[in-house]
Design a protein around this ligand. Structure first.
Ligand code: URP
Ligand code: ZN
Ligand code: ZN
Length: 464
């Protein structure tokens, strides 16, 4: 395998920023030193004026996922290639246990979906829909296969939702096997009553999706998830947290010293509920759960990121095309497939609206988009670090590069962008995955199928 030296850049880690060169060999960071000669490696990249980050780690994506009568528009090839363009070199996607079947079957199915397609390294969480008789042992089996986290749903009754007893049993099992439970925290029962009432009143437009999922439904479920985790003696990770009310629950738990963690996503930091009222059914582009909130929540979420009440920014990338898939709900908002695209734009958006606007530091940025997700999900220091011995997953970031986000130019296989027309400053110039330059000069140079499955370790950062 060829060697590479990156010269004259400024390394930005979760802790420090400093000038140094990086020598890469055998897909790993071999050495970091003040200066290397260009001749030390087969190829030298001059990174003068550039910042160097560990590759982005997005721990919440849904490639090729069956949902709402259709399948998410990006598969493991198109989705991970788009991720790489944006500086993300690792994703953790979700396999879904079909009710009444073994989780192992779902793992095999998702490995097959990724095989020959995935362009960057990937891990898998398991969505648990049924613990049955052998479900707890199944969880242990999966942990041995590197599935060190499980997602459970408190929403979507009769589809994905599980009851409190199931959640509590799963949490108890992780207290023994060291995995991490991820919670989709919304009170599905109460929401369903509100949804049925809206439909009975003939209210079918996309905005009803948000109006029938109030912030209290999220905050109540977050509170319950944390209480169940506390009783079980296990950490818990709240996914796609969207509101101040939910954030307050996490903050209070953390103030009490509980191992409660949460992520938010760019859409909750940058968009608000009015998007669902766009004319010509375009509000459907913004239908995902939890829904977009009133504008005043946005500043609170940014504050949460700054003060470590929130630990991670992921995308919940789950694209459905407007032209055919979102249209499934033209006459009934409950039939709009829930989800939106974003895996490509996470670093650009958080850099521009977080770092450039002074809300978070460069180091906090790296912590949120790379280092902490790698730690919490059992991948650190292989991922999320610029250290000798880590995988050479490296982003060479041009802080001056300007870019207008648009569906016309993005690489995700979806016909719209939630951030259409957003102007961002700061973009990946080169993206390196295990020592291979996969993105350069706006072109993808990697091969589909080159990505590797990551066997993640249990008792990651949530247990410290
Ligand atoms: O609407 C969403 N978030 N779709 C993806 C599934 C999930 O709940 O994460
Ligand atoms: Zn969810
Ligand atoms: Zn999701």
């Amino acid at each position: 395998m060829s060697t590479l030296v990156i010269q004259n850049g400024t390394l930005v880690t979760a802790l420090y920023s400093y000038k140094a060169d990086i020598l890469v060999a055998d897909g790993k960071i071999k050495e970091i030193a003040p200066q290397f000669a260009s001749t030390v490696a087969d190829r030298a990249i001059d990174a003068t004026g550039m910042l160097i980050f560990p590759g982005g780690v997005d721990v919440h994506t849904h490639m090729d996922m069956p949902f709402g009568g259709t399948t998410s528009a990006d598969d493991f090839e198109t989705g991970t290639r788009a991720a790489a363009y944006g500086g993300t070199t690792t994703i953790v996607d979700f396999a879904i246990q079909a009710k009444g079947t073994k989780m192992r079957d779902a793992l095999d199915t998702w490995w097959k979906k990724a095989e020959g397609k995935v362009c960057i390294d990937y891990g898998l969480h398991m969505i648990v829909t049924d613990l049955g008789n052998s479900g707890l042992e199944d969880m242990d089996d999966l942990v041995r296969e590197g599935v060190a986290s499980f997602k459970l749903f408190m929403a979507y009754p009769n589809v994905l939702m599980v009851d409190d007893a199931t959640i509590f049993r799963a949490l108890g099992q992780t207290a023994r096997n060291g995995a991490l439970i991820c919670m989709h925290a919304e009170n599905g029962g109460a929401i369903d009553v509100m949804v049925q009432k809206a439909l009975a009143e003939g209210k079918t437009a996309p905005i009803q999706h948000a109006l029938t999922r109030p912030v209290r439904a999220e905050a109540e479920a977050v509170n319950r998830a944390i209480a169940l985790a506390e009783m079980a003696g296990a950490p818990v990770y709240i996914v796609h947290l969207s509101s101040e009310d939910a954030l307050n629950q996490v903050r209070e738990a953390r103030d009490r010293g509980l191992p409660a963690f949460a992520e938010t996503c760019p859409q909750y930091l940058l968009l608000s509920i009015e998007e669902l009222e766009r004319p010509n059914f375009e509000g459907a582009k913004y239908v995902f759960t939890p829904p977009l909130r009133e504008r005043h929540h946005l500043a609170k979420l940014w504050g949460g990121l700054k003060h470590d009440h929130l630990q991670v920014v992921s995308t919940d990338h789950c694209p459905f095309c407007f032209a055919d898939q979102k249209q499934l709900g033209k006459d009934d908002f409950t039939k709009i497939p829930n989800g939106g695209p974003g895996v490509e734009n996470r670093l650009q958006l958080i850099w521009n609206y977080g770092v450039n606007s002074g809300k978070i530091s460069q180091n906090r940025f790296v912590e949120l988009v790379s280092t902490t997700p790698a730690k919490l999900f059992g991948m650190y220091p292989r991922k999320g670090a610029l250290e000798a011995g880590s995988d050479a997953d490296i982003v060479i970031w041009d802080p001056e590069a300007e870019h207008v986000i648009s569906a016309e130019t993005h690489h995700m296989r979806v016909d719209y962008s939630m951030f259409e027309g957003f102007k961002v400053k700061g973009n990946a110039r080169q993206v390196i995955s295990r020592g291979e330059v996969v993105v350069e000069n706006g072109k993808f140079h990697g091969k589909a199928g080159r990505g590797q499955y990551l066997r993640r370790h249990a008792r990651g950062g949530a247990w410290n």
